[in-house]
Design a protein around this ligand. Structure first.
Ligand code: KMH
Ligand code: ZN
Length: 310
């Protein structure tokens, strides 16, 4: 596959894994999500991957009413590509999870490529006092999670969203998910160039070793040839190291407090923008340039920021 000239930075602002107790920097009010997203874009992120939260409690939300207050503010203040999660809160149905993307027709949304265990229960042991009632059970109980993304779910999401011409961020947590994606492509669900997020270090998915990155990349090369673009997401402590390796291999990168709360070993990040600024420095030091939002639109063949419904 031809090497890309510029590196696209995605920043995933808040997600549905971490909870307010874990870091004061994790945004969950409408204001804080909007501000951190805008700051991340100014720091160099050309794609903003967004989840919503209940602004009172910080609990993950897939209610379009919890996206509506911040999406227009982000659009007015930045040119960044908005990517809305369809992973949402991990235990909800696909019908509920795609509602925000259906409502707001963003340029991009996530598409999770397989069913799996998806757990962060070991984090529960680190905290004695929790800010909100829901947090402890949510985190500790994730050892019982099945993140459901069956072939039928994927087809339903893709077909429902097809009229919106949304480019998917195909979340692939293990090598089998690449084969699921290949199968779906062959049935005509997704059109090239597809965008694959290689995800490492989620408990339930493939581990965060460089060998695995090479294995995923080589497998994707074999399955998709020139028809794909790719990015690297390392969860937790693997975030910066794997993103840097991915960038050096010619890939794109994803950072953000959704994926890791840290800026370096043992030190909490102050904001999403701080992580973006760090990976930007690394990418530039390695001799690459960071893509602007319009360059990202070009690389990923997006429909354009004027064709969204917010
Ligand atoms: N939290 C990430 C590991 C989604 O939003 O659809 C995966 C993710 C899923 O971003
Ligand atoms: Zn997400």
């Amino acid at each position: 596959m031809a090497r890309q000239k510029k590196t696209v930075i995605t920043c995933a602002i808040t997600g549905a894994i971490h909870t307010p107790t874990m870091s004061d920097a994790l945004p969950y009010t409408y204001d804080d999500i909007a501000k951190q997203a805008v700051d991340a874009a100014e720091a160099g992120a050309s794609i903003l991957h967004l989840h919503a939260r209940n602004p009172e409690t910080g609990a993950p939300s897939v209610d379009p009413d919890d996206f509506a207050p911040f999406l227009p503010r982000i659009k007015q203040a930045t040119d960044a590509v908005v990517n809305i999660s369809t992973g949402g809160s991990l235990t909800l149905s696909i019908q509920d999870r795609i509602k925000p993307a259906k409502t707001f027709s963003p340029e991009m949304c996530s598409m999770n490529m397989g069913s799996m265990n998806f757990s962060f229960h070991p984090l529960a042991k680190r905290y004695d006092d929790w800010k909100f009632d829901w947090e402890k059970d949510y985190v500790a109980g994730s050892d019982g999670n099945i993140f459901r993304n069956t072939f039928r779910d994927i087809r339903e999401a893709a077909e429902t969203l097809a009229p919106h011409d949304i480019k998917f961020e195909h979340e692939c947590y293990d090598v089998g998910h690449l084969y699921n994606l290949k199968f779906c492509m062959e049935t005509g669900l997704f059109k090239a160039p597809i965008f694959i997020q290689f995800i490492f270090g989620i408990l339930g998915g493939i581990g965060p070793e460089v060998d695995n990155l090479i294995f995923m990349k080589r497998t994707a090369d074999r399955l998709f040839g020139d028809d794909y673009r790719w990015s690297v997401l390392g969860a937790g402590g693997a975030q910066m190291g794997l993103a840097s390796t991915g960038a050096q291999m010619g890939g794109n990168v994803r950072v953000g407090l959704e994926d890791s709360l840290f800026i370096t070993r043992g030190k909490l990040a102050e904001s999403n923008a701080q992580q973006v600024a760090k990976i930007r420095r690394i990418v530039e030091e390695l001799g690459s340039e960071v893509a602007t939002p319009d360059e990202a639109r070009d690389i990923l063949a997006l429909k354009g920021g004027d064709k969204v419904s917010f």
